[in-house]
Ligand binder design. Structure first.
Ligand SMILES: Cc1cc2nc3c(=O)[nH]c(=O)nc-3n(C[C@H](O)[C@H](O)[C@H](O)COP(=O)(O)OP(=O)(O)OC[C@H]3O[C@@H](n4cnc5c(N)ncnc54)[C@H](O)[C@@H]3O)c2cc1C
Length: 358
């Protein structure tokens, strides 16, 4: 069923004001969902010792418990220190995973750096296709180990991977609205979600009521996700504005050379309180000078007008460099647990159960 942003917003607000019990039940179920998700995800990602020294098998399906070889079938530079690697799995590896739901978004794989025997997680941009191809958008840090190692690979080389590992268990129909905020290659999990969930509906009536908003930031236009990846999202958002909105942010527009269609979604500046408020349709008043000053003076004493956010069945996913995640959603807790909701989202009134840091 198609429905407009404003009519759903109206429905949410009226539902939330008339049935506070319902909203607290939604909140409670979200908190329980997040707590169990947290335990599952962190036990996957923070338990490397269990899999350290995992064996490699050549004729087995993909599994989080052991490595399988994959061939680098393509590598293309997409920006400074950024490349898309295509890994092709052996024929018997991709068609026979034990559990098909493990390939539902959002999942990642571990890649093993053979030189120094360490592994790092990466997120397949599209999942795995019917030919067993996995595309990774990889950033090379000057002194980073695995990113540099992956960038040094050539077509025909072999890398070992294990997975899938669930990064966030998306459930269709669970949320009315999903806002995804990403920085740099933190874009990949959100692309995987949208590619699986929305893009297949391109030429059909979209009957999923969830509304998605992607706010993505890169340092410069040259570091934006590659156009062939970004363009289908922009096109979908143009055709189905009630279901997807995409806003791109760059710190500076120096050397801007992006296609006109992408440039239209581009803003110079950071993802901040105002851009998130705008994306959520909150009144501009929250971003006026006086409201900034008021919020400064009343910080910690009054949350003025936050009630609506707390009662919305909304999920905000955040993925990016740690300083960005901290500024937007508060720092991670110990051992990459979720920690408290902080930063801009806390100022806007979001609470635990509404925010997930990937
Ligand atoms: C679930 C998940 C999915 C991910 N998906 C992706 C993805 O799709 N694409 C992607 O690019 N990344 C992704 N990442 C991040 C990725 O796993 C790695 O953390 C990242 O590639 C850095 O690893 P590295 O081995 O290259 O760098 P590391 O060796 O871990 O170094 C990381 C940082 O520390 C700095 N550093 C290293 N050594 C030193 C030193 N001696 N002194 C000072 N600084 C130093 C590096 O410059 C770098 O900034 C994901 C992470 C998670 C948790």
């Amino acid at each position: 069923m198609n429905r407009s942003w404003s009519s759903l917003r109206a429905r949410l607000v009226s539902t939330s004001t008339s049935t506070s019990h319902t909203s607290s039940r939604v909140r409670l179920s979200s908190v329980v969902f997040f707590a169990s998700t947290g335990v599952l995800v962190s036990s996957y990602l923070l338990w490397p010792s269990k899999y350290r020294g995992s064996p490699t098998f050549t004729h087995k399906p993909m599994s989080p418990n052991y490595f399988i070889p994959a061939t680098v079938s393509d590598i293309s530079q997409t920006g400074p220190d950024l490349a898309v690697l295509t890994l092709t799995l052996p024929h018997d590896a991709h068609s026979t995973t034990d559990d098909a739901s493990s390939l539902e978004p959002i999942w990642s794989i571990f890649v093993k750096d053979d030189d120094i025997q360490v592994e790092r997680p990466y997120t397949p941009l599209h999942g795995v296709d019917e030919n067993g191809n996995i595309k990774l958008w990889v950033k090379r840090y000057q002194r980073g180990e695995v990113g540099r190692w992956l960038h040094s690979k050539r077509t025909g080389d072999t890398v070992e991977i294990r997975g899938p590992l669930k990064t966030f268990p998306f459930h269709q129909g669970k949320w009315d609205e999903i806002v995804m905020i990403s920085g740099g290659t933190g874009f990949s999990p959100f692309h995987q979600l949208l590619f699986r969930q929305l893009l297949p509906l391109q030429d059909k009536p979209v009957d999923d009521d969830t509304r998605f908003t992607l706010l993505h930031a890169s340092r410069s236009p040259a570091e934006l996700p590659p156009s062939p990846i970004l363009q289908p999202l922009i096109d979908f958002a143009g055709a189905h504005p009630d279901h997807l909105r995409v806003r791109l942010f760059v710190d500076s527009d120096a050397q801007a050379r992006v296609p006109e269609s992408i440039a239209r979604s581009l803003h110079v500046g950071r993802i901040d309180k105002c851009s998130i408020a705008h994306a959520l349709g909150l009144s501009d008043g929250r971003c006026s000078w006086t409201s900034w000053i008021n919020s400064f003076w009343t910080k910690g004493r009054s949350r003025g007008g936050d009630e609506d956010i707390r009662k919305k069945n909304i999920l905000v996913l955040v993925c990016g460099p740690e300083p960005m995640v901290a500024a937007i959603a508060g720092p991670y807790g110990k051992n990459y647990s979720q920690g408290k909701v902080g930063g801009v989202l806390a100022e806007l009134g979001f609470m635990a159960g509404q925010v997930w840091k990937l």
